[in-house]
Design a protein around this ligand. Structure first.
Ligand SMILES: *[C@@H]1O[C@H](CO)[C@@H](O)[C@H](O)[C@H]1NC(C)=O
Ligand SMILES: *[C@@H]1O[C@H](CO)[C@@H](O)[C@H](O)[C@H]1NC(C)=O
Length: 432
């Protein structure tokens, strides 16, 4: 294959219809493909990619240990795997589309519908529905911040599949504590970027965030770009604890030596902070843990979901049980609504949010972490009977976060970065 098919080009094919809520108006944009989709061409690309993967795999077997060559091949291999996956999805979409048009073709009325009145009408109805939905979203987003919109078409978390990827970071086994992921609300042009924060001092502190241009490069550990928060480590407003997230091109984390939430604006390279409620634990007072010990400096745990950023912490007033607060995105940085739960923080190893529901994990054994607890911020319902297992590659998971864009869980596990697919299901008794 002479030049790799650009991932962006293919996602463009899929973006036939898009809508957006911008400022105060609703815009629905219809982009139509001028020509029928070249299915034969796609098939031949598919075959070529298959051949290419096979030949690369066999070339790699013959590779006599040239490290740079091996690394490049590994990147190409990973990128090809990504392309294959996209091609598969594209093919499915096209097939569905084909079936849809075939079934409509049989409709009697349309055979005589030379002026395409019926299809135009249907298109209009669809646009109208989308506009209504858009209007609804606009209405709900313009409400005061006490009601964050929830969009949970996917239903309830029922399973975690994988690992889907598993790799050591570029640091090797040096840093056992850290976090990684993909910004759910990326800055333009940074849609494929992955971030990595390793606690490079005392398993507790970090003063920079590392970015990679793609999944392949972070897995292989090449071409990082570092953005420094402060020149020393640790110091005022640098990172303490592993449970960091990136959202809207900003890093959210616990501020060094202070019971506060810090936000580092990556493009502006500036830090702002906001205090947690009075008496909230920091500096290893209320960490996560299990029978075998605690995870140091995990007083604050940040999460992202469909509606934004959240923080989990605790205070003596809630007997060391988990408290959950919304982190409001605007300026100045502030906390929104707060919920007190009955989950003792020390019995959990991690928490994450998905669709306004808080999930907590516990240590079952070296091979398995279990999602056992959930708290729904909408219904206030708490459950301790979830039995969703996460297959571990290493003994401990220092950080775990959900990305609502790709519906994946990102874990940092004893210096390894691991990702999983979160599987959701619509069930009758679950409010969506
Ligand atoms: C949105 O709000 C406007 C003005 O309050 C109202 O007229 C309209 O019906 C609302 N639309 C939806 C879909 O709720
Ligand atoms: C970061 O700074 C830029 C430039 O001042 C600003 O436009 C953006 O809203 C800031 N982001 C956050 C999350 O505050």
């Amino acid at each position: 294959m002479s030049s790799p098919v650009s991932v962006r080009t293919m996602t463009l094919f899929l973006a036939l219809f898009s809508q957006s809520v911008s400022g105060k108006e609703c815009v629905c944009e219809l982009k139509s493909l001028q020509r029928p989709f070249p299915m034969e061409k796609l098939d031949s690309i598919h075959t070529e990619v298959n051949k290419c993967t096979k030949s690369i795999t066999s070339t790699q077997m013959e590779d006599d240990g040239d490290l740079y060559g091996a690394v490049s091949l590994r990147i190409i291999e990973l990128e090809l795997a990504e392309i294959m996956e996209l091609l598969g999805k594209l093919k499915n979409t096209i097939n569905t589309h084909k079936q849809l048009s075939q079934s409509t073709e049989t409709q009697e009325l349309e055979e005589f519908d030379l002026s395409q009145v019926v299809s135009k009408q249907r298109e209009n109805q669809r646009m109208k529905r989308d506009l209504d939905k858009c209007q609804e979203e606009l209405n709900s987003t313009s409400e005061p911040p006490t009601a964050r919109p929830r969009h949970c078409p996917q239903g309830q978390l029922v399973d975690v599949k994988g690992p889907k990827t598993y790799a050591l970071t570029q640091y090797g086994t040096s840093y056992a504590y850290g976090a990684w992921g993909k910004d759910p609300k990326p800055a333009p042009g940074k849609e494929n970027t992955y971030w990595l924060v390793a606690l490079t001092s005392s398993n507790a502190f970090a003063n920079y965030v590392r970015h990679y241009s793609s999944l392949s490069t972070i897995l292989v550990g090449v071409g990082p770009v570092d953005t420094v928060i402060a020149s020393s480590n640790p110091t005022t407003n640098t990172i303490i604890g592993p449970n960091v997230v990136q959202y809207g091109d900003a890093l959210y984390y616990g501020c060094y030596n202070s019971p506060s939430v810090c936000r580092f604006n990556i493009s502006e390279r500036s830090v702002t902070n906001t205090p947690l409620p009075h008496n909230s634990g920091f500096n290893n007072k209320f960490p996560f843990g299990h029978l075998g010990g605690t995870y140091v400096y995990t007083d604050l745990d940040f999460s992202t979901d469909e509606s934004g950023v959240w923080v989990v912490y605790t205070a003596p007033e809630n007997f060391g049980n988990v408290i959950l607060s919304e982190v409001m995105e605007g300026s100045p940085l502030s906390l929104g609504r707060t919920w007190q739960t009955s989950l003792h923080k020390r019995t959990a190893t991690n928490t994450f949010m998905a669709c306004g529901v808080l999930y907590a994990t516990r240590f079952l054994d070296k091979e398995t972490e279990e999602i056992f607890y959930s708290f729904d911020t909408e219904t206030m319902q708490e459950r301790y009977d979830l039995k969703i297992n996460i297959k571990k590659m290493q003994t401990n998971i220092q950080s775990l976060n959900y990305n609502p864009r790709d519906r994946m869980l990102y874990a940092y596990s004893d210096a390894y970065i691991v990702s999983y697919d979160a599987v959701f299901q619509l069930t009758g008794n679950y409010p969506i």
